[in-house]
Ligand binder design. Structure first.
Ligand code: AP5
Length: 207
């Protein structure tokens, strides 16, 4: 099985849900640029304060900020599941200069399903568990099953921000797909099925 993996796909396609499990199974770090940026915002670091306004609007944070944040992690790693990076061609090229990606997995999902999933997403602010009020509800009303913390909704999961995030994804992703297609490492996964079905497809894509 390959060990240097990037997950590509629209917001809400299930990348984070699958990345946690795959990284655990492979014994490699799950590096999620969105999670790392949200931690910087929460800790009110200089990077976080610069990133926040972009994230609130659903826009991409400038490449140099994101790359500075993950470069060290990638240089050291003998494997990873990189989730949410690269988002555009320049990020793909920058990544290529740091390490060689062995597999790029594209999650495909319709706009309608994306909006539905993201509107119902809830997160545990304590342990990071991802829920969905429709498809993966917690056992008790908006309380984390694992650590019993009250769940929260991400500020960029508001309908108008979701639309902007999908527009930006659609505009930026095509050259990234061509980049990995040319390296013969791109595989597409249908993200419509259940979490289990999608996981099986992801495993096949990285085998
Ligand atoms: P980021 O956090 O990366 O957000 P995203 O790419 O928009 O992806 P999401 O986290 O929204 O979705 P996901 O695919 O992980 O889906 P999930 O598993 O949660 O980025 C946020 C922001 O940070 C960006 O807008 C940007 O500002 C900035 N940023 C991040 N990276 C950057 C970069 N490289 N460059 C510049 N800026 C960057 O699932 C979604 C929901 O669906 C959940 O409720 C889940 O329970 C449910 N679900 C999952 N799988 C299934 C299934 N099979 N069936 C039914 N429901 C499911």
């Amino acid at each position: 099985m390959v060990r240097k993996i990037v997950f590509l796909g629209p917001p809400g396609a299930g990348k984070g849900t699958q990345a946690v499990r795959l990284a655990q199974e492979l014994g490699v770090p799950h590096i999620a640029t969105g999670d790392l940026l949200r931690a910087e915002v929460q800790n009110q670091t200089e990077l976080g304060m610069r990133a926040k306004s972009y994230m609130d609007r659903g826009e991409l944070v400038p490449d140099e900020l994101v790359v500075a944040m993950i470069r060290g992690r990638l240089e050291k790693a003998s494997g990873f599941v990189l989730d949410g990076f690269p988002r555009n061609l320049s990020q793909a090229q920058l990544l290529n200069g740091v390490t060689r990606v062995e597999r790029a997995v594209l999650f495909s999902l319709s706009r309608e399903e994306i909006v539905k999933r993201l509107s119902a997403r809830r997160l545990c602010p304590q342990c990071g568990q991802i829920y969905n009020l429709l498809a993966r509800p917690p056992k008790h009303d908006e309380i984390c099953d694992a650590c019993h913390t009250r769940l929260m909704q991400r500020s960029d999961d508001r309908p108008e921000v979701i639309e902007n995030r999908v527009d930006i994804y659609t505009r930026e992703i095509q050259p990234v797909l061509e980049f990995y297609q040319n390296q013969s490492v791109l595989r597409e996964v249908d993200a419509r099925g259940s979490v289990e079905e999608v996981y099986r497809a992801v495993k096949a894509a990285v085998s």
